[in-house]
Design a protein around this ligand. Structure first.
Ligand code: AKG
Length: 283
């Protein structure tokens, strides 16, 4: 049966300019927010960030090979395959207007700036205003219009910067956890929803009708502060470049998302410590 888009609630996000917060006060500001906040005027406060564009990136990443995710549908499901390709070729492919109609989709999705793209490490600028021990990871997201990252939550507070193009965010409060058909807490995907809020079959997923959807467009030069465990699905409206900064987190928060992540986190920590233990004895 054909799905439908959930109705958008009238709940509005707070909007504030970065210059009004003050770059130096950004972390303190984020730390106390209980709800997402739209932060405007990023380029007014940090003009260096306006340079990010496909041409500028081609110059920065000349002769580099990058990892690109591939998908047969517009939604990049968890576990989408990745392939390595020259960055120049990636940009030429996604910037070609005919690519919009291609059935094979490509996305440089969640590429760690520190590990995969160190050439861009000094170009993030906004992280200089954040206490370094609070920055867990910085990622780049660069892809064509039409791509969707499916509905999920992350256990991190997120400063999401839109630097080029625009994206639609579909958001749900962590309180909507049980209306969104999350993966089992014993699976590797307890943070992924089983529904698409813009195409839900309410016969199959009736609880989704009780969830309260917020929708917002994020244009170049704006950022979204998204507290941990908020559900989000992200649609790229056109060719888009974004960076997100995950801030270190409290894994023991009292909310359903955090509780269902505990088995996965416990497995992750055990594996990490076993690796450390093994490498100690190899020396
Ligand atoms: O921009 C996207 O495609 C997804 C971003 C996202 O999921 C995140 O920042 O956590």
């Amino acid at each position: 049966m054909a799905g439908q888009k959930l109705p958008v609630s009238s709940r509005k996000l707070r909007e504030v300019a970065l210059n009004d917060i003050g770059c130096d006060a950004l972390f303190q500001f984020c730390k106390v927010q209980k709800e997402p906040v739209l932060i405007t005027g990023i380029f007014d406060a940090i003009p260096e960030l306006e340079r990010w564009s496909p041409d500028w990136m081609q110059d920065k990443l000349k002769n580099k090979s990058v990892m690109v995710r591939e998908s047969d549908s517009r939604t990049f499901a968890v576990g989408a395959t990745s392939k390595e390709m020259p960055f120049d070729q990636y940009v030429d492919t996604i910037c070609d207007p005919s690519f919009e109609h291609s059935t094979k989709r490509l996305y440089m999705q969640q590429q760690s700036i520190d590990h995969a793209l160190p050439e861009l490490k000094n170009e993030v600028f906004i992280d200089r205003y954040l206490p370094q021990k609070k920055v867990f990871m910085k990622n780049m997201w660069f892809g064509p219009g039409g791509n969707t990252s499916p509905l999920h939550f992350d256990p991190f507070d997120n400063i999401f910067l839109q630097l080029y193009g625009s994206k639609q965010f579909y958001l749900f409060d962590p309180k909507d956890y049980s209306n969104l058909y999350p993966g089992s807490c014993l699976s590797t995907t307890p943070h992924i929803s089983g529904i698409d809020p813009v195409n839900v079959d309410l016969n199959e997923h009736p609880l989704a009708a009780q969830a309260s959807l917020m929708q917002l467009e994020i244009k170049a030069g704006t950022a979204l502060f998204l507290p941990s465990y908020w559900w989000h699905q992200v649609y790229s409206e056109r060719l888009s470049i974004s960076i997100n900064i995950w801030l270190t987190t409290n894994f023991f928060k009292l909310c359903p998302g955090a509780i269902t992540m505990l088995p996965l986190n416990a497995r992750g920590f055990t594996m990490m410590y076993m690796q450390k233990f093994k490498s100690k004895f190899k020396k």
